[in-house]
Design a protein around this ligand. Sequence first.
Ligand code: ZN
Length: 294
Amino acid sequence: MANQKVMSMDLERYVTEMRRLGYCREKRTDYVCMCPECKARHKNDPTYRNLKLYIDKDMQYGHCFVCGLVVLSDDQSINTQVKRIEPKVDMNNWQICKLGSEGYWTLDRWNEFDEDDEEGINYLTHKRLYIYRKLYKLVGIKFKDHNPVVPFYYKGQLVYYQMRIIDPNSKMKYYSPHTEHKNPYILESGENKKFVICEGTFDAIACKILYPDRTPFAVLGSDITDYQIAMLRTYCPEDILIYMDKTEISRRIKDRIMEYINYADININPSDGTDPEEFLKHKLVMQAEESEYD
Ligand SMILES: [Zn+2]
């Protein structure tokens, strides 16, 4: 057949909808439904009800015997073993939201920030963790007026940055340039499908040391947004550990993620109010004390 069309859709959902509208007959191995293509061609004819789209009961494949349309289940290309949940919000048109080229805080500005800054490095090593002396370059931190600036990458591409304001008198601790969506901070490691979700950029860096086999994913707040979940989905995570500084926040985030990702193992690291960076700091101090007695 010439110009045979192929489309993918959620077949289960389509059959349910057609049944509701009375455009579906059940056969032994198939559901026979109204074809979306044929229906569109006869949109001026309300009496048209030629049911010729045969959808197999495995919900993987369908074929119209009038127009030749072939429909495939939209989850075939991702994973044939599990049925994905249909997200409440459309995540198929998800797009990365990068820092723009307009205004003062542009993506290009990143190139102007300083590679080294003794005051900034002192802040990192004395006020946060001494291991930053070596670590800051590994995670790509630069400096602007002594303030450490943390770069955000998505699939290897710089998309955003956030600044830690080190002036103790500043009310604002972090400066996050405005974008339409709040980007998560992800310390990517290739195709890794094991994640650890935490709150802030420095928690994420601490998590990289505490859980070297996981990709840290910081939500920069006490909740995870739809945009961030859509982004997380693009990695097809298999195993997610949630480590926020309060267990109840971790639980809430777990519930949110489970609405959209049902194929991953999702666990919580209980916390008494200590965040991952504080936990790591404590651990490093203990190790240092122990080593003094060796
Ligand atoms: Zn058709």
